[in-house]
Design a binder for this molecule. Structure first.
Ligand code: ADP
Length: 404
């Protein structure tokens, strides 16, 4: 069975085509600058080089059509016909309180996703464009949505409520939702396999550290607490996002700097974090390079980033009354031995002992980087959100066929 996975943004769209018989990626790519006359389609069939095409793509329906044309292209295509694609899975950032797992798209699901536009104004409208674009191109195909929030719906009320008037939750659903759930769920499962213990018996902390970053306390296989909140701004210091700050800074800075709401929003989401402190970049690689050159602002940015992450690890250890497994994933978590080392160096009070050699080793493989004696097992697990979406889509399609 062939399944197409799509991650639609407002002006871009990423895709991966899976053969579910062996979970092989047959082709992947992206469309960028949707809405412009010079949009770019990058298409990479497995085992061959990338094909790039620049053309006018004004909306998502055309973008999907281009992707499908590439997939069944006489020269670069990997399928004879797009009819071979039996289902399409989409990543959706916000599922609110309505969705605790992936679901097949129907009119009710679409309505719910639309109802959540308010809570995820940058993401959910773009996902809907993706869903509608697939429907326009492939009216018969089954579509599935996987939500970044779904895994965190197990959080207890004490974790997800803010200590603010309850009317805001009751009337406007202002609460903590958490994000990166597809990734946290995936790496938790893989971690349990790697340490050869049932996930249901583990106290695990998962650190998804990429451009966006979040940390989750996974207690007995369920999300117990997570660092992102109503929006993906709360929690850890990130590439361009502030993470936790005193909320009083918002009105104070607005008054002092004469900022509008949208300006302050943009300041905290796009001009803070590593970028603001280093004055150089939001990209950890550039921060690390600048540190080697002796740049003190880059060092400060790195130290703050690591410190804020470590404080979360400490608080989640307290939240679960212990920790058995610490997992690093996503761009920085998977690739930066320096960040992992800095975090683990100050967690020795937990009986955690990093295997420095294993930590330094460059690899794309899942691996344990703590010593045999370490009381906390530390793991690096490359995340694979697309695979989870493909699996969920496959499973839901099989279930629906059995029901019929
Ligand atoms: P996204 O949140 O956009 O999915 P990724 O998970 O791909 O992001 O992470 C991107 C970040 O990973 C980059 O901004 C970069 O800082 C970091 N990164 C990638 N490779 C390395 C590396 N070798 N060392 C340190 N950081 C890295």
């Amino acid at each position: 069975m062939k399944i197409l996975v799509i991650n639609a943004g407002s002006s871009s769209l990423k895709f991966q085509l899976y053969n579910m018989e062996n979970e092989e990626v047959l082709a992947k790519g992206k469309v960028e600058r949707i809405g412009m006359d010079s949009a770019i389609v990058c298409y990479e069939p497995a085992g061959s080089s990338e094909v790039r095409e620049v053309s006018e793509i004004l909306e998502h329906t055309t973008a999907i059509r281009k992707v499908l044309e590439m997939i069944a292209h006489p020269k670069y295509g990997v399928l004879e016909s797009i009819q071979e694609i039996q289902a399409v899975g989409h990543r959706v950032v916000h599922g609110g309180e309505s969705f605790t797992g992936s679901v097949i798209v129907d009119e009710n699901v679409k309505r719910e996703i639309r109802n959540l536009f308010d809570l995820a104004p940058l993401h959910n409208p773009a996902h809907m464009l993706g869903i509608n674009a697939v429907e326009a191109n492939m009216p018969e195909v089954t579509q599935v949505v996987a939500f970044d929030t779904a895994f965190h719906q197990t959080m207890p009320r004490g974790s997800y409520l803010y200590p603010i008037p309850m009317v805001l939750y009751k009337k406007h659903k202002i609460r903590r939702y958490g994000f990166h759930g597809i990734s946290h769920a995936y790496v938790s499962e893989r971690a349990a396999e790697l340490v050869q213990k049932p996930l249901e018996q583990l106290k695990l902390i998962s650190c998804h550290i990429g451009n966006g970053a979040s940390c989750t306390a996974v207690l007995n296989g369920k999300s117990f607490d997570t660092s992102m909140g109503l929006t993906p701004l709360e929690g850890l210091m990130m590439g361009t996002r502030s993470g936790d700050i005193d909320p009083a800074i918002v009105p104070f800075a607005m008054g002092k700097e004469d900022l509008t709401l949208s300006e302050v929003n943009s300041m905290l989401n796009k001009h803070s974090g590593l970028m603001a402190i280093s004055g150089i970049s939001s990209d950890m690689r550039e921060i690390l390079d600048a540190m080697k050159e002796g740049d003190r602002n880059a060092s400060l940015a790195f130290d703050m980033y690591e410190y804020r992450l470590r404080k979360y690890i400490g608080s989640y250890t307290a939240a679960m009354n212990g920790v058995d497994v610490l997992v690093f994933t996503a761009g920085v978590g998977e690739n930066s031995a320096a960040l992992r080392q800095a975090v683990c160096r100050n967690l020795t009070f937990l009986g955690l002992e990093l295997d420095e050699k294993a930590n330094e080793q460059r690899s794309n493989e899942e691996r344990i980087i703590s010593t045999e004696q370490s009381r906390v097992q530390v793991l690096v697990i490359p995340t694979n959100e697309e695979l989870v979406i493909a699996r969920d889509t496959h499973q839901l399609l099989l279930n629906s066929r059995n029901v019929v």
